[in-house]
Each structure stands twice: as structure tokens, then as C-alpha cells.
Design a protein. Structure first.
Length: 370
């Protein structure tokens, strides 16, 4: 006779899920979807393309949030039916299926629970991620490309749309830099804990045999801003360069000089865009990213000044945030949270949810203690 009673596990899942629903406020979410749906159905919606894109994007995000909630609710109901069936039919296969579903739901609900900790001003926005190679020559540019693939695979695992906005290929291996947008609810809040300096230690495939090489790459994450009206950029503060888009090895992608590089002279911030078809579109996209970076820089400076006045200056938590060891003892370790994984291969294949969840919880504790 089968003895299978996961009632305590299911009760715990429902309790956590109930708390999540209270934080998310499903009724408010449904009202927001109804309002946005009405706007999206207006016959003159696309008379203003920018407004139409904002409305449809917001609607898609809210619908995704609600679907995630309703899907989990349905899976919990189906799970209880499956458990009942397993016991009534004395069916070990159904019991094993239920055990597997419990484990998956624990993971999914755990991720959703972490998302409820994302209550920052821009946490619910999509994200623009920029990766830049640092010290380490070919190993660093190769590492930068490994990180880019890691984040793109993470987005693919979650079925998040990605748009690569700019890629600067290195002369040898890998990339000098890359910028891409992940269009998903809470992408910024989720990935913002990935910002900082990443370090790779391995036996270099580019140098002398058996020589260990340490290389670095920087990850920057900013929110996608609907409007960046708080930052005025005088034309005299920027230099705009136009160039031909290129692929690996300098191969021409576009036959026209449509790619745009904008340099903000007072700060030295550089933004390049080559994804769009026209120079005008690339310039507009680059200006939006530049405005966002300047807005965030302004707020960081204001926050730093407040800390200085309070006498509590601390180093940025993002610096040297994670190390990847690909020699000897294989290991990926987050230096802030202590979270580590003994097999780097799945991490580089996009399995980074554990690091992200640990980072979000770590940041929340830091904020609460501040």
C-alpha cells in the first residue's frame, strides 16, 4: 500500500503563495490590465507610436505578471488532484510525478517570493545590460563574451525577449563590449545585483601552456526609462560620431554609416548603438541610454553626498562581486553573499538564479540595516 502524504509541503507552498499574492495585489493588477487593455484598444492608439509602444509594452508586462500568478495557482490545484489520484490508485508513478512537481513549485514560488523584495523605484522596469572587458588581454575579451552568453542564456531560460543593441568585437577573441536590452517585468530589479566587477581565473588558452591568467569584466545594469525628462543634455556637452556597423573580425554588417557613438564630454560616458536600421533611430536609442545613465549617476552622487554628511561612507558593494575559477577546484563564488556553485558549466549556461536570489536577499538586508 502506497504511503504518500505531502500535505505539509503543499500547505507550506500555499501559505507562501498566499503571502506573495497579498504583496503583488492581484486585484490591483487586474484593474491595471483592464485600464491598459482599454487604452490599447483605442482606434487612434498608433497615431502616437511612442505612446502606443509604451502602452502595449506595459500591458504585456502586467499580463505576464498575472499569468505567472494564475499558472502557479492552477499548478497547486492540479498537484492536489495528482496526490489524491496517486493514493486512490496506489500508483507510485503518479506519486513520483507529484514529488517532482512539488520540487519545481518550490523553486518557482521561491523565485516569485524573491521578486516581492524588489520594491525600488525602477525595479519593475526592463533592463539594459552592458558588459565591458577589463584587464587581461584576450582572456578578458573572451571572458566578456562568456558573460554575455551567460546572461542571454538566462533570458532564454525564462523566455524573456532580448534585443542586442551594440557589440564591439575584439581584434583577437571575444568582445570589447556589448549592450543588450532584456524586455521583461522586473528585469532591472532582478539583474541589478549582477552589476559590478566579475573576475575569471583559469589556465589561459591564449598564452603560454599551463600559465594561470586572471582577467576581469565589468557588468553595468540600468533600467529602461519611459522618459528621461529629468536630465537635460546641451548639444555642446556631447560629441556624436557616425561609423559603419561591423561584425566579428571587422566584417561590415551595414553598407551605410548608420551606427552612432555618443560621448558625453563632461563625464566621459560613451554610448554606442548599431542595432537600428537608420542613423536617426540609433542616435535616439543612444540618447535614451545616455540620459538614463546620467540620471542614475546624478542620484548616486546625491546618495554618496548624503552618506558623506552622515559619516557613513562605504565602498560600492558591486566591486569585485564574483569570482569564477576554472582551474584546480572548479568554483563560482559570490564574494558578497557567499553563495557558491562547484560546477561552473551550468552557471555559464545561464543557471544563475541562485546567485541572483542570494544577491537580492543580501541587498534587502543591507537596506534594512541602513
Amino acid at each position: 500500500m502506497l504511503e504518500f502524504d505531502p500535505s505539509d509541503d503543499i500547505k507550506a507552498l500555499r501559505s507562501t503563495f498566499s503571502d506573495i499574492k497579498a504583496v503583488v495585489d492581484v486585484d490591483a493588477l487586474e484593474s491595471e490590465i483592464a485600464r491598459l487593455s482599454e487604452e490599447a484598444g483605442a482606434p487612434d492608439l498608433w497615431d502616437d507610436v511612442d505612446k502606443a509602444q509604451k502602452v502595449t509594452s506595459a500591458l504585456s508586462h502586467r499580463q505576464s505578471e498575472l499569468k505567472r500568478i494564475t499558472d502557479i495557482e492552477q499548478r497547486l490545484d492540479d498537484l492536489e488532484v495528482l496526490v489524491e489520484l496517486a493514493n486512490e490508485m496506489d500508483d507510485e508513478d503518479s506519486a513520483e510525478e507529484a514529488r517532482h512537481e512539488i520540487a519545481e513549485l518550490e523553486d518557482v514560488i521561491g523565485q516569485l517570493e524573491v521578486q516581492t523584495l524588489l520594491d525600488g523605484e525602477y525595479d519593475d522596469r526592463s533592463a539594459v545590460v552592458t558588459i565591458r572587458s577589463g584587464a587581461g588581454g584576450d582572456d578578458a575579451t573572451d571572458f566578456a563574451e562568456m558573460l554575455m552568453r551567460m546572461y542571454l542564456r538566462w533570458a532564454e531560460r525564462h523566455k524573456y525577449p532580448v534585443k542586442v543593441m551594440d557589440t564591439s568585437y575584439a581584434e583577437g577573441a571575444g568582445i570589447k563590449s556589448a549592450t543588450f536590452e532584456i524586455d521583461a517585468p522586473y528585469a532591472y530589479g532582478t539583474l541589478s545585483v549582477e552589476a559590478g566587477t566579475h573576475r575569471l581565473a583559469r589556465i589561459s588558452p591564449f598564452g603560454a601552456a599551463d600559465k594561470r591568467q586572471t582577467s576581469f569584466a565589468a557588468v553595468e545594469v540600468i533600467p529602461v526609462m519611459e522618459e528621461a525628462v529629468e536630465v537635460d543634455i546641451p548639444e555642446g556637452d556631447i560629441r556624436v560620431d557616425v561609423f559603419r556597423s561591423s561584425g566579428p573580425g571587422g566584417q561590415s554588417v551595414n553598407t551605410t554609416d548608420s551606427a552612432v557613438r555618443i560621448t558625453h564630454l563632461p563625464t566621459g560616458i560613451v554610448v554606442s548603438m548599431q542595432n537600428e536600421k537608420s542613423q536617426i533611430q540609433n542616435r535616439a536609442a543612444a540618447m535614451r541610454v545616455l540620459q538614463t545613465r546620467l540620471l542614475l549617476l546624478k542620484r548616486e552622487e546625491e546618495a554618496a553626498k548624503k552618506k558623506e554628511l552622515a559619516g557613513t561612507i562605504t565602498a560600492s558593494w558591486g566591486d569585485q562581486m564574483r569570482s569564477y575559477f576554472l582551474y584546480g577546484q572548479q568554483l563560482v563564488k559570490d564574494l558578497r553573499t557567499g553563495h557558491e556553485v562547484g560546477n561552473p558549466a551550468p552557471v555559464f549556461d545561464g543557471d544563475i538564479d541562485g546567485f541572483i536570489a542570494a544577491g537580492i536577499r543580501w541587498r534587502k538586508r543591507k537596506d534594512d540595516d541602513a
